[in-house]
Ligand binder design. Sequence first.
Ligand SMILES: *Cc1c(COP(=O)(O)O)cnc(C)c1O
Length: 442
Amino acid sequence: MPHPLPLPPAGQSHDDVLARMRAMRVADANWREGRTFSLVYFGGEELKRFLEAAYNEFMSENGLSPLAFQSLRRFEAEVVSMACTLFHGTAEAAGTMTSGGTESLLMAMKTAREWARAERGITAPEVVLPITCHPALDKAAHYFGVKAVHAPVGPDFRVDVAEVERRITPNTALLVGSAVAYPHGVVDPIRELAALAKARGLLLHVDACLGGFHLPFARKLGVEVPPFDFELDGVTSLSADIHKYGFAAKGASLVLYKDKALRRHQFYSRTDWPGGIYASPSALGTRPGGAIAAAWGVMNYLGEAGYLRLHKTILDTADKLKAGIRAIPGLRLLGEAKYAIFAFTSDELNVYELGDAMEARGWKLDRQMGPPALHCMVTPAHEKVADLFLRDLSECAASLQRGEPAPEGSAAMYGMIGQVADPQMVQGFIGEFMDGLYEVEG
Ligand SMILES: *Cc1c(COP(=O)(O)O)cnc(C)c1O
Protein backbone atom coordinates (compact mmCIF):
# COMPACT_ATOMS: atom_id res chain seq x y z
CA MET A 1 0.00 0.00 0.00
CA PRO A 2 1.17 3.51 -0.74
CA HIS A 3 2.24 5.84 2.00
CA PRO A 4 0.80 8.31 2.80
CA LEU A 5 -2.47 6.48 2.39
CA PRO A 6 -5.28 8.40 0.64
CA LEU A 7 -8.80 8.45 2.02
CA PRO A 8 -10.93 5.94 0.07
CA PRO A 9 -12.52 7.97 -2.74
CA ALA A 10 -15.97 6.53 -2.06
CA GLY A 11 -17.55 5.40 1.17
CA GLN A 12 -18.37 1.73 1.70
CA SER A 13 -21.44 0.13 3.17
CA HIS A 14 -22.04 -0.33 6.88
CA ASP A 15 -21.82 -4.12 6.55
CA ASP A 16 -18.75 -4.10 4.32
CA VAL A 17 -16.76 -1.82 6.59
CA LEU A 18 -17.67 -3.76 9.71
CA ALA A 19 -16.88 -7.06 8.00
CA ARG A 20 -13.43 -5.78 7.06
CA MET A 21 -12.84 -4.54 10.57
CA ARG A 22 -13.84 -7.87 12.08
CA ALA A 23 -11.52 -9.66 9.68
CA MET A 24 -8.63 -7.55 10.90
CA ARG A 25 -8.94 -8.79 14.45
CA VAL A 26 -8.22 -12.48 13.68
CA ALA A 27 -4.78 -12.39 15.26
CA ASP A 28 -5.86 -10.29 18.28
CA ALA A 29 -5.33 -11.40 21.88
CA ASN A 30 -7.99 -13.90 22.92
CA TRP A 31 -9.21 -12.29 26.17
CA ARG A 32 -12.71 -13.70 25.96
CA GLU A 33 -11.49 -17.22 26.64
CA GLY A 34 -9.06 -16.19 29.35
CA ARG A 35 -5.95 -16.71 27.21
CA THR A 36 -4.42 -13.36 28.17
CA PHE A 37 -3.35 -12.06 31.56
CA SER A 38 -3.38 -8.32 30.98
CA LEU A 39 -5.08 -5.48 29.14
CA VAL A 40 -8.68 -6.69 29.26
CA TYR A 41 -10.78 -7.15 32.40
CA PHE A 42 -13.64 -9.28 31.21
CA GLY A 43 -16.50 -9.74 33.65
CA GLY A 44 -18.62 -11.98 31.42
CA GLU A 45 -20.95 -11.60 28.44
CA GLU A 46 -23.90 -10.28 30.41
CA LEU A 47 -21.88 -7.50 31.99
CA LYS A 48 -20.33 -6.68 28.63
CA ARG A 49 -23.78 -6.32 27.06
CA PHE A 50 -24.79 -3.94 29.83
CA LEU A 51 -21.63 -1.85 29.37
CA GLU A 52 -22.19 -1.63 25.63
CA ALA A 53 -25.74 -0.41 26.15
CA ALA A 54 -24.73 2.18 28.76
CA TYR A 55 -21.75 3.35 26.68
CA ASN A 56 -23.67 3.57 23.41
CA GLU A 57 -26.48 5.48 25.06
CA PHE A 58 -24.05 8.35 25.82
CA MET A 59 -21.50 7.84 23.07
CA SER A 60 -22.14 11.23 21.45
CA GLU A 61 -22.27 13.29 24.63
CA ASN A 62 -19.30 15.36 25.72
CA GLY A 63 -18.21 15.58 29.35
CA LEU A 64 -16.41 18.83 28.58
CA SER A 65 -19.61 20.73 29.28
CA PRO A 66 -21.39 19.82 32.50
CA LEU A 67 -23.89 22.56 31.73
CA ALA A 68 -24.90 21.06 28.41
CA PHE A 69 -24.98 17.53 29.79
CA GLN A 70 -26.38 17.53 33.31
CA SER A 71 -26.62 13.75 33.12
CA LEU A 72 -22.86 13.37 32.72
CA ARG A 73 -22.19 15.93 35.43
CA ARG A 74 -24.35 13.93 37.79
CA PHE A 75 -22.78 10.60 36.78
CA GLU A 76 -19.30 11.94 37.40
CA ALA A 77 -20.16 13.60 40.73
CA GLU A 78 -21.76 10.38 41.96
CA VAL A 79 -18.92 8.15 40.73
CA VAL A 80 -16.40 10.39 42.53
CA SER A 81 -18.56 10.41 45.65
CA MET A 82 -19.01 6.63 45.74
CA ALA A 83 -15.26 6.24 45.29
CA CYS A 84 -14.58 8.67 48.16
CA THR A 85 -16.66 6.38 50.37
CA LEU A 86 -14.89 3.26 49.10
CA PHE A 87 -11.52 4.82 49.97
CA HIS A 88 -12.51 6.22 53.38
CA GLY A 89 -12.55 9.87 52.39
CA THR A 90 -14.12 12.38 54.77
CA ALA A 91 -16.89 14.78 53.73
CA GLU A 92 -14.03 17.02 52.53
CA ALA A 93 -12.70 14.43 50.06
CA ALA A 94 -12.92 15.39 46.39
CA GLY A 95 -11.78 14.25 42.99
CA THR A 96 -12.48 13.97 39.28
CA MET A 97 -12.90 11.23 36.75
CA THR A 98 -10.21 10.89 34.10
CA SER A 99 -9.71 8.84 30.97
CA GLY A 100 -7.38 6.32 32.63
CA GLY A 101 -4.69 5.64 35.17
CA THR A 102 -2.13 7.61 33.22
CA GLU A 103 -4.26 10.75 33.17
CA SER A 104 -5.02 10.30 36.89
CA LEU A 105 -1.31 10.14 37.65
CA LEU A 106 -0.55 13.08 35.36
CA MET A 107 -3.10 15.08 37.32
CA ALA A 108 -1.77 14.00 40.73
CA MET A 109 1.74 15.02 39.65
CA LYS A 110 0.58 18.35 38.25
CA THR A 111 -1.36 19.03 41.44
CA ALA A 112 1.71 18.27 43.55
CA ARG A 113 3.82 20.62 41.43
CA GLU A 114 1.31 23.47 41.72
CA TRP A 115 0.85 22.84 45.44
CA ALA A 116 4.61 22.87 46.05
CA ARG A 117 4.97 26.15 44.19
CA ALA A 118 2.03 27.80 45.96
CA GLU A 119 2.43 26.42 49.46
CA ARG A 120 6.16 25.76 49.76
CA GLY A 121 7.75 28.10 47.22
CA ILE A 122 9.42 25.12 45.53
CA THR A 123 10.35 25.91 41.94
CA ALA A 124 12.34 22.76 41.12
CA PRO A 125 10.07 20.07 42.57
CA GLU A 126 11.08 16.45 43.13
CA VAL A 127 9.12 13.26 43.66
CA VAL A 128 10.36 10.07 45.34
CA LEU A 129 9.04 7.01 43.51
CA PRO A 130 9.44 3.30 44.27
CA ILE A 131 11.31 1.63 41.40
CA THR A 132 8.29 -0.67 41.06
CA CYS A 133 5.84 2.19 40.55
CA HIS A 134 4.03 2.41 37.24
CA PRO A 135 5.99 4.16 34.44
CA ALA A 136 3.06 6.56 34.02
CA LEU A 137 4.36 8.29 37.17
CA ASP A 138 7.77 8.78 35.58
CA LYS A 139 6.03 9.95 32.45
CA ALA A 140 4.02 12.44 34.53
CA ALA A 141 7.19 13.71 36.23
CA HIS A 142 8.80 14.00 32.79
CA TYR A 143 5.86 15.89 31.29
CA PHE A 144 5.57 18.32 34.19
CA GLY A 145 9.24 18.98 34.79
CA VAL A 146 9.35 17.25 38.17
CA LYS A 147 12.58 15.44 39.03
CA ALA A 148 11.87 11.73 39.60
CA VAL A 149 14.06 10.07 42.22
CA HIS A 150 13.73 6.30 42.56
CA ALA A 151 13.84 4.37 45.82
CA PRO A 152 14.62 0.64 45.90
CA VAL A 153 12.35 -2.08 47.21
CA GLY A 154 13.18 -4.67 49.86
CA PRO A 155 13.32 -8.44 49.35
CA ASP A 156 9.52 -8.51 49.65
CA PHE A 157 9.28 -6.10 46.66
CA ARG A 158 7.73 -3.36 48.86
CA VAL A 159 9.45 0.01 48.83
CA ASP A 160 12.08 0.50 51.53
CA VAL A 161 10.80 3.47 53.53
CA ALA A 162 14.22 4.31 55.02
CA GLU A 163 15.53 4.58 51.44
CA VAL A 164 12.60 6.85 50.56
CA GLU A 165 13.40 9.05 53.54
CA ARG A 166 17.08 9.30 52.53
CA ARG A 167 16.00 10.70 49.16
CA ILE A 168 13.91 13.55 50.55
CA THR A 169 15.45 16.99 49.89
CA PRO A 170 14.19 20.53 50.50
CA ASN A 171 12.76 20.34 46.94
CA THR A 172 10.73 17.18 47.52
CA ALA A 173 7.02 17.81 47.02
CA LEU A 174 5.58 14.33 46.75
CA LEU A 175 6.07 10.74 47.88
CA VAL A 176 4.37 7.84 46.12
CA GLY A 177 3.38 4.34 47.14
CA SER A 178 1.47 1.72 45.15
CA ALA A 179 -1.50 -0.35 46.26
CA VAL A 180 -0.88 -2.62 44.51
CA ALA A 181 2.31 -2.25 42.51
CA TYR A 182 1.86 -3.74 39.06
CA PRO A 183 4.95 -5.99 38.84
CA HIS A 184 4.47 -8.17 41.95
CA GLY A 185 1.00 -7.21 43.17
CA VAL A 186 2.18 -6.09 46.61
CA VAL A 187 1.03 -3.10 48.67
CA ASP A 188 3.85 -0.70 49.59
CA PRO A 189 4.11 0.22 53.32
CA ILE A 190 1.56 3.02 52.94
CA ARG A 191 1.10 3.50 56.69
CA GLU A 192 4.82 4.25 57.10
CA LEU A 193 4.93 6.41 53.98
CA ALA A 194 1.92 8.38 55.25
CA ALA A 195 3.59 8.98 58.60
CA LEU A 196 6.77 10.07 56.85
CA ALA A 197 4.94 12.41 54.47
CA LYS A 198 3.03 13.96 57.35
CA ALA A 199 6.12 14.40 59.50
CA ARG A 200 7.97 16.10 56.65
CA GLY A 201 5.05 18.20 55.39
CA LEU A 202 4.90 16.43 52.02
CA LEU A 203 2.12 15.11 49.84
CA LEU A 204 1.64 11.36 49.47
CA HIS A 205 -0.02 9.89 46.42
CA VAL A 206 -1.24 6.29 46.58
CA ASP A 207 -1.35 4.72 43.14
CA ALA A 208 -4.28 2.35 43.53
CA CYS A 209 -4.97 2.33 39.78
CA LEU A 210 -4.73 -1.45 39.79
CA GLY A 211 -5.67 -2.37 43.35
CA GLY A 212 -8.23 0.33 44.06
CA PHE A 213 -11.20 -1.68 42.85
CA HIS A 214 -9.79 -4.99 44.09
CA LEU A 215 -8.40 -4.50 47.61
CA PRO A 216 -11.56 -3.17 49.31
CA PHE A 217 -13.55 -6.16 48.04
CA ALA A 218 -10.75 -8.60 48.86
CA ARG A 219 -10.77 -7.22 52.41
CA LYS A 220 -14.53 -7.70 52.69
CA LEU A 221 -14.03 -11.28 51.47
CA GLY A 222 -11.65 -11.98 54.35
CA VAL A 223 -8.26 -11.39 52.75
CA GLU A 224 -5.86 -9.40 54.91
CA VAL A 225 -5.43 -5.95 53.33
CA PRO A 226 -3.38 -3.29 55.13
CA PRO A 227 -4.78 0.26 55.28
CA PHE A 228 -3.81 2.05 52.06
CA ASP A 229 -6.26 4.90 51.51
CA PHE A 230 -7.60 8.09 53.17
CA GLU A 231 -8.13 6.03 56.29
CA LEU A 232 -4.48 6.91 56.89
CA ASP A 233 -3.80 10.48 57.89
CA GLY A 234 -1.04 11.56 55.52
CA VAL A 235 -2.47 10.10 52.31
CA THR A 236 -3.30 13.21 50.30
CA SER A 237 -4.28 11.76 46.92
CA LEU A 238 -5.19 8.42 45.39
CA SER A 239 -5.78 7.10 41.87
CA ALA A 240 -8.03 4.15 41.03
CA ASP A 241 -8.95 2.81 37.60
CA ILE A 242 -12.59 1.91 37.18
CA HIS A 243 -11.71 0.41 33.79
CA LYS A 244 -9.56 -2.25 35.46
CA TYR A 245 -11.01 -4.16 38.43
CA GLY A 246 -14.01 -1.81 38.52
CA PHE A 247 -15.07 -3.49 35.22
CA ALA A 248 -16.08 -0.24 33.50
CA ALA A 249 -15.64 0.38 29.79
CA LYS A 250 -12.21 1.71 28.89
CA GLY A 251 -11.61 5.40 29.48
CA ALA A 252 -12.61 5.55 33.16
CA SER A 253 -10.36 6.26 36.12
CA LEU A 254 -10.41 8.45 39.22
CA VAL A 255 -8.03 10.81 40.92
CA LEU A 256 -9.12 11.70 44.44
CA TYR A 257 -7.83 14.21 46.95
CA LYS A 258 -8.06 14.51 50.70
CA ASP A 259 -9.87 17.84 50.24
CA LYS A 260 -11.13 20.33 47.69
CA ALA A 261 -8.29 22.78 48.30
CA LEU A 262 -5.83 20.25 46.93
CA ARG A 263 -8.06 19.42 43.97
CA ARG A 264 -8.13 23.11 43.09
CA HIS A 265 -4.51 22.78 41.94
CA GLN A 266 -5.66 20.32 39.28
CA PHE A 267 -8.18 22.59 37.57
CA TYR A 268 -7.38 24.75 34.58
CA SER A 269 -9.30 27.76 33.37
CA ARG A 270 -8.79 30.63 30.98
CA THR A 271 -10.99 33.66 31.31
CA ASP A 272 -9.73 35.93 28.51
CA TRP A 273 -10.20 33.62 25.54
CA PRO A 274 -12.04 35.21 22.60
CA GLY A 275 -14.12 32.04 22.54
CA GLY A 276 -15.44 32.64 26.04
CA ILE A 277 -14.62 31.25 29.49
CA TYR A 278 -12.93 27.88 29.21
CA ALA A 279 -12.60 25.63 32.23
CA SER A 280 -11.47 22.04 32.37
CA PRO A 281 -10.99 19.83 35.43
CA SER A 282 -8.42 17.41 34.00
CA ALA A 283 -6.04 16.92 31.06
CA LEU A 284 -8.58 16.19 28.36
CA GLY A 285 -10.77 18.77 26.67
CA THR A 286 -13.49 16.75 25.01
CA ARG A 287 -14.32 13.91 27.41
CA PRO A 288 -16.09 10.79 26.14
CA GLY A 289 -19.62 10.68 27.55
CA GLY A 290 -19.82 6.94 27.00
CA ALA A 291 -16.95 6.19 29.36
CA ILE A 292 -18.37 8.40 32.12
CA ALA A 293 -21.85 6.93 31.70
CA ALA A 294 -20.65 3.33 31.60
CA ALA A 295 -18.64 3.85 34.79
CA TRP A 296 -21.69 5.15 36.64
CA GLY A 297 -23.71 2.41 35.01
CA VAL A 298 -21.47 -0.46 36.05
CA MET A 299 -21.22 0.72 39.66
CA ASN A 300 -25.00 0.76 39.88
CA TYR A 301 -25.47 -2.41 37.85
CA LEU A 302 -23.09 -4.44 39.99
CA GLY A 303 -23.48 -2.74 43.34
CA GLU A 304 -21.38 -3.99 46.20
CA ALA A 305 -22.88 -7.46 45.92
CA GLY A 306 -21.93 -7.73 42.26
CA TYR A 307 -18.37 -6.58 42.91
CA LEU A 308 -18.02 -9.04 45.77
CA ARG A 309 -19.25 -11.87 43.53
CA LEU A 310 -16.75 -11.01 40.77
CA HIS A 311 -13.86 -10.53 43.20
CA LYS A 312 -14.65 -13.80 44.95
CA THR A 313 -14.31 -15.57 41.62
CA ILE A 314 -11.09 -13.67 40.95
CA LEU A 315 -9.56 -14.50 44.33
CA ASP A 316 -10.60 -18.17 44.24
CA THR A 317 -9.17 -18.51 40.75
CA ALA A 318 -5.98 -16.68 41.74
CA ASP A 319 -5.58 -19.00 44.75
CA LYS A 320 -5.98 -22.03 42.54
CA LEU A 321 -3.43 -20.72 40.04
CA LYS A 322 -0.94 -19.80 42.77
CA ALA A 323 -1.26 -23.20 44.47
CA GLY A 324 -0.81 -24.89 41.09
CA ILE A 325 2.27 -22.82 40.26
CA ARG A 326 3.80 -23.53 43.68
CA ALA A 327 3.33 -27.23 43.02
CA ILE A 328 5.23 -27.18 39.71
CA PRO A 329 8.87 -28.18 40.29
CA GLY A 330 11.25 -25.31 39.56
CA LEU A 331 8.69 -22.49 39.69
CA ARG A 332 8.16 -20.02 42.51
CA LEU A 333 6.01 -16.96 43.18
CA LEU A 334 7.63 -13.61 43.89
CA GLY A 335 6.73 -11.78 47.10
CA GLU A 336 3.63 -12.39 49.17
CA ALA A 337 1.34 -12.85 46.17
CA LYS A 338 -1.78 -12.31 48.28
CA TYR A 339 -4.11 -10.87 45.70
CA ALA A 340 -5.20 -11.20 42.07
CA ILE A 341 -1.92 -9.93 40.62
CA PHE A 342 1.29 -11.90 40.97
CA ALA A 343 4.46 -12.93 39.18
CA PHE A 344 6.42 -16.17 39.12
CA THR A 345 9.94 -17.07 38.21
CA SER A 346 12.32 -20.00 38.17
CA ASP A 347 15.82 -20.63 39.44
CA GLU A 348 16.16 -23.70 37.25
CA LEU A 349 14.83 -22.80 33.84
CA ASN A 350 14.63 -19.71 31.64
CA VAL A 351 11.22 -18.14 32.34
CA TYR A 352 11.30 -16.28 29.04
CA GLU A 353 11.54 -19.63 27.26
CA LEU A 354 8.68 -20.83 29.45
CA GLY A 355 6.71 -17.77 28.31
CA ASP A 356 7.41 -18.68 24.67
CA ALA A 357 6.39 -22.30 25.24
CA MET A 358 3.12 -21.13 26.79
CA GLU A 359 2.59 -18.67 23.97
CA ALA A 360 2.93 -21.52 21.46
CA ARG A 361 0.02 -23.12 23.32
CA GLY A 362 -2.04 -19.94 23.05
CA TRP A 363 -1.34 -18.33 26.44
CA LYS A 364 -0.14 -14.74 26.60
CA LEU A 365 1.80 -13.88 29.77
CA ASP A 366 3.61 -10.55 30.17
CA ARG A 367 7.38 -10.80 30.61
CA GLN A 368 9.01 -8.91 33.47
CA MET A 369 12.64 -8.01 33.89
CA GLY A 370 13.41 -7.18 37.50
CA PRO A 371 13.82 -10.08 38.23
CA PRO A 372 12.94 -12.11 35.10
CA ALA A 373 9.39 -13.35 35.65
CA LEU A 374 6.03 -14.03 34.06
CA HIS A 375 3.08 -11.92 35.18
CA CYS A 376 -0.53 -12.90 35.94
CA MET A 377 -3.46 -10.55 36.40
CA VAL A 378 -6.42 -12.76 37.18
CA THR A 379 -9.93 -11.93 35.98
CA PRO A 380 -13.20 -13.89 36.06
CA ALA A 381 -12.39 -15.10 32.53
CA HIS A 382 -9.67 -17.34 33.99
CA GLU A 383 -12.01 -19.38 36.17
CA LYS A 384 -12.90 -21.81 33.41
CA VAL A 385 -9.39 -22.23 32.05
CA ALA A 386 -7.35 -22.44 35.27
CA ASP A 387 -6.95 -26.24 35.09
CA LEU A 388 -5.97 -26.17 31.44
CA PHE A 389 -3.50 -23.35 32.12
CA LEU A 390 -1.84 -25.25 34.97
CA ARG A 391 -1.63 -28.44 32.91
CA ASP A 392 0.03 -26.58 30.04
CA LEU A 393 2.35 -24.72 32.40
CA SER A 394 3.40 -27.91 34.11
CA GLU A 395 4.02 -29.67 30.77
CA CYS A 396 5.98 -26.73 29.36
CA ALA A 397 8.10 -26.46 32.52
CA ALA A 398 8.79 -30.21 32.49
CA SER A 399 9.79 -30.10 28.84
CA LEU A 400 12.27 -27.27 29.48
CA GLN A 401 13.59 -29.09 32.56
CA ARG A 402 14.34 -32.07 30.31
CA GLY A 403 16.42 -29.73 28.16
CA GLU A 404 14.05 -29.74 25.20
CA PRO A 405 14.26 -26.55 23.11
CA ALA A 406 11.60 -23.87 23.55
CA PRO A 407 9.60 -22.73 20.53
CA GLU A 408 10.92 -19.56 18.94
CA GLY A 409 9.61 -16.40 20.61
CA SER A 410 10.74 -13.34 22.48
CA ALA A 411 13.16 -15.10 24.87
CA ALA A 412 16.15 -14.21 22.70
CA MET A 413 15.15 -10.56 22.63
CA TYR A 414 14.64 -10.42 26.39
CA GLY A 415 17.96 -12.14 26.91
CA MET A 416 19.60 -9.57 24.70
CA ILE A 417 17.96 -6.57 26.39
CA GLY A 418 19.21 -7.98 29.69
CA GLN A 419 22.73 -7.97 28.29
CA VAL A 420 22.79 -4.59 26.56
CA ALA A 421 24.17 -2.33 29.26
CA ASP A 422 23.55 0.90 27.38
CA PRO A 423 20.01 2.20 28.06
CA GLN A 424 20.40 4.67 25.19
CA MET A 425 20.83 1.75 22.80
CA VAL A 426 17.74 0.00 24.17
CA GLN A 427 15.77 3.23 23.80
CA GLY A 428 16.97 3.34 20.20
CA PHE A 429 15.65 -0.18 19.54
CA ILE A 430 12.35 0.73 21.14
CA GLY A 431 12.08 3.88 19.03
CA GLU A 432 12.60 1.83 15.87
CA PHE A 433 10.00 -0.67 17.04
CA MET A 434 7.51 2.10 17.70
CA ASP A 435 8.19 3.69 14.30
CA GLY A 436 7.45 0.28 12.81
CA LEU A 437 4.02 0.24 14.42
CA TYR A 438 2.97 3.06 12.14
CA GLU A 439 3.90 1.29 8.89
CA VAL A 440 0.86 0.56 6.74
CA GLU A 441 1.04 -2.86 5.17
CA GLY A 442 -0.56 -4.25 2.02
C1 LIG B 1 -2.59 0.34 34.73
C2 LIG B 1 -1.85 1.09 35.76
C3 LIG B 1 -1.60 2.45 35.60
C4 LIG B 1 -1.88 3.20 34.32
O1 LIG B 1 -3.21 3.13 33.94
P1 LIG B 1 -3.69 3.24 32.42
O2 LIG B 1 -5.16 3.11 32.57
O3 LIG B 1 -3.04 2.12 31.67
O4 LIG B 1 -3.28 4.57 31.90
C5 LIG B 1 -1.00 3.11 36.66
N1 LIG B 1 -0.64 2.46 37.77
C6 LIG B 1 -0.84 1.14 37.93
C7 LIG B 1 -0.40 0.48 39.20
C8 LIG B 1 -1.45 0.42 36.93
O5 LIG B 1 -1.63 -0.90 37.06
